[in-house]
Design a protein around this ligand. Sequence first.
Ligand code: ATP
Ligand code: MG
Length: 318
Amino acid sequence: MRIAIAPGDGIGKEVIPVARRILEMLLPGAEFFDVELGYEKWKRTGSACTDEDIGALKDSDAILFGAVTTPPDPCYSSVLLRIRKELDLYANLRPVCGDGFDIMIVRENTEGLYSGIEEIGTERSTTLRVVTRKGSERIARCACGLAKERRNSLVIGNKANVLKSDVLFRDTCLSVAAEEGVSARTAYIDALTLDVLMHPANYDVIVTTNIFGDILSDACGYLTGGLGMLPSANIGEKYAFFEPVHGSAPDIAGKGIANPIAAIRSAAMLLAHLGRTEEAEAVEDAVGFVLAAGIKTPDLGGDSSTEEVGEAVIKRLS
Ligand code: ATP
Ligand code: MG
C-alpha cells in the first residue's frame, strides 16, 4: 500500500506530520512518500505542482494533503483546482460531527461555479455555472450510497427558484434517490444553511453544488468549534485525497499552535476509505478523549501546542 504525503504550505507543514505519525503507527506495512507542492515550492522552483507531482499523486492508494497558500499573483494558478481536475475528484465529503449531531455534507467538486469558464473585463465579468446530468448523477449516487450506510435521509440543497441550472441538479438528485430507495427532500440553500446551524440534529446527508457546499461546510465550522476541527475527503473513481477543510493559515504558521485535529480526522477518513474502519474509529475515539481531557490548542480556548495535542492522541492510541 502506498500513501502520498503532501503537507504543502503554512500550518500544513505542522499538522500533517502529526497525522502522518498516526498513519505510520496504524498502517505498519504501508509505504509513505513525500510530494512537495505549493507556494513555497513555486517561489523556489517556479512551479507549484509539476506533471511529475501529479504522476506521483496518481501512483498512490491514498493521498494525505495539508494546505497550500494561493497568493494574489495572476501568474499563479490554483494547485488544488488542478489536482481535483487531473485526478477527477468529483466528490468532496465534509463530515460535521458533535454532541447530538452527525452530518455529512457532499459537495460536487468539478463543475458549478468552479468550472473555470470565465470572461474577465473591466466593465463586465462573467463566470459560467455549469451543471450536467452526468455530474449531478454521480454526486447523487455517492450521496445516496452514504445515506444508505447512515440514517437514510438526504437533503438536496439548491437554489432552483432563481438559478435555472439548479433545476437539472435538483431533479437528477431526486430521481437517483428514488431509484436508490433513499428518502429525500429538497431545500433552498440559504434557508437550509440557517436551519442546519439551528437544528443540526435534524440532518444526515446533504448534497449540493460546488460553491454552496463550500460555504455551507465552512459555516458548519461554527457547530464544531472552528475550522481547525473539520476534515474532508475528495474522492473520484480512481483516486482518493484527504485534507483538512482549513487553509494554510499564514497568520499562525510557524508558531506551533495550529490545531491538528482536522488533519488527524482527515487521516481517520483515509483509514476508513482503505477499509480500516476499526482503526478509523479508534482515531476518532482518541480525539474525543483528548478533547474531553482539555488538551486543546488556543483556537479551542486551550493552551496546548500542536505537538502536545498530537502526542496525547498518539499516547491514547498506543
Ligand atoms: P488560505 O489562503 O491558505 O486559505 P487563510 O488566510 O484563508 O489561508 P485559513 O487557513 O482558511 O486561512 O484560516 C482562516 C482562519 O482560521 C485564520 O485566522 C486561521 O488562523 C484560523 N485557522 C485555520 N485553521 C486553523 C487551525 N488548524 N488551527 C487554528 N486556527 C486555524
Ligand atoms: Mg481560507
